[in-house]
Ligand binder design. Structure first.
Ligand code: APR
Ligand code: PHB
Length: 393
């Protein structure tokens, strides 16, 4: 087989890249390890930045999002039983957010791919990236019991944190930056009406978050110890613990019901630099991971593939490689901005198991400052909104 761009991984990054390339007349083949059902069953974050919403709309992928998603202006923060305060991103920065689940985006992407008869090879095994430093790279894998070879001009490594693409970059080239946090998030999805706002809580019992997917679907999270086991958390225990972490007025407004999904995820910040080696370009979780606080992961995957598709299109149009050469640097500016913001929010809102009294007081002071300072709120609003996408030159 032959294509212009071989895309490894059919998560949001890989499938969106394929749509973007298609809209610019560039051919691609997606090679995905899992089945369609498996990919569609993953429940992940669901807050889209304005830039992400604009990109999805421009590709014709906004119709269902605009129908079912919930636009909102910012988020509330509350701590230790005090009154909550609202970070009004729309007022300060003029940007909104959209609550719309990644699972829905993935469904919309499969639909778009089906409609244009896009090339996606599911359940492809033993994927290997070959000759990536040459101008004629290729990918080998097993599909439907047969050994296959896919020749291409570019490889997009969109295969997530545990994929093979990043590992194909020689160790002496790649620099890794990492922070592992001493807790996880237990999240549930429930078919109950959500609270009107996204609310982050810092409580002596730990962090909690109230979020939403649509008017009949709520998403809630609580901080749990690293060794917490999902079997140990019944729905009733979850609701009780969640409510205990919010002030009474908010807790009373939470509508409980059976969970339709429940999972625990550890928190980690990770960045690999550079995001390019030869003809291999990394995008999304393959290159970086953020803790879920701030819901930046999907938005970063979208900005990466936006820059990458623009760079590849510019190469085919003009024969110039400037944008390909600056891809890693440009993408990483946005990545580090969101990595820093989600690290800041994680530090601000969680209870760290071994925090000293000093650290505890400093965290409380930061929250008071944020609550009382207009300027601090504007600064956080700007970071929470995500950096604007950069123009090419
Ligand atoms: N070969 C082919 N495909 C692979 C391989 C492999 N060796 N390894 C992993 N994959 C596939 C996975 O099955 C998955 O479908 O790559 C895809 C990667 O998808 P994601 O992990 O969702 O990563 P990405 O597309 O970058 O999306 C980023 O998803 O993980 C969340 O928080 C993250 O919201 C962010 C977004
Ligand atoms: C979510 O809805 O899943 C969500 C919302 C806000 C966050 C993280 C996750 O900061």
């Amino acid at each position: 087989m032959k294509t212009q761009v071989a895309i490894i991984g059919g998560g949001p990054a890989g499938m969106l890249l394929a749509e973007m390339l298609h809209s610019k007349g560039i051919d691609s083949v997606i090679v995905e390890a899992k089945s369609r059902d498996y990919v569609l069953s993953r429940i992940r974050a669901g807050v889209l930045e304005q830039g992400t919403v604009d990109i999805l709309r421009s590709l014709g992928l906004g119709e269902r999002m605009d129908r079912e998603g919930h636009p909102h202006d910012g988020m509330k923060i509350v701590w230790a039983g005090q009154d909550s305060f609202f970070i009004d991103v729309n007022k300060h920065i003029g940007k909104q957010f959209m609550a719309y689940g990644q699972t829905n985006i993935q469904e919309d992407l499969f639909k778009a791919c089906d409609q244009r008869k896009g090339n996606i090879l599911l359940e492809a095994h033993d994927v290997q990236l070959m000759d990536i430093a040459s101008k004629a790279p290729y990918v080998t894998f097993t599909h439907e019991g047969q050994s296959r070879r896919l020749d291409c001009e570019f490889i997009a490594g969109c295969d997530g944190f545990h994929g093979v693409s990043r590992k194909a970059i020689p160790k002496h080239v790649l620099k890794e930056f990492e922070r592992v946090y001493p807790f996880g998030w237990l999240g549930i999805l429930s078919e109950t009406p959500p609270l009107p706002d996204i609310i982050y809580a810092n409580h002596p019992r730990g962090f909690a978050l109230a979020s939403m997917r649509n008017p009949q679907l709520s998403r809630y999270y609580i901080q749990t110890p690293l060794d917490a086991k999902i079997e140990d958390w019944s729905d009733d225990q979850f609701w009780e613990e969640l409510k205990a972490r919010f002030p009474k007025d908010i807790a009373d407004a939470i509508v409980t019901g059976p969970s339709i999904e429940k999972s625990i995820a550890p928190l980690r910040s990770y960045v690999a630099e550079p995001m390019r080696y030869g003809q291999l370009f990394l995008a999304g979780d393959a290159a970086h991971i953020v803790p879920p606080t701030g819901a930046k992961g999907l938005n970063l995957a979208v900005s990466d593939v936006f820059y990458l598709s623009r760079a590849i299109a510019s190469f085919y149009k003009s024969g110039q490689s400037e944008l390909l050469d600056s891809y890693s640097e440009m993408a990483l500016r946005r990545v580090w901005s969101s990595v820093r913001t989600s690290w800041y929010l994680t530090n601000l809102l969680h209870r760290f198991p071994n925090a000293s009294d000093f650290e505890q007081r400093a965290q409380e002071n930061e929250l008071s400052y944020l609550k009382s300072s207009y300027h601090a709120q504007v600064a956080l609003a700007e970071q929470y909104a995500g950096l604007p996408l950069e123009e090419p030159f």
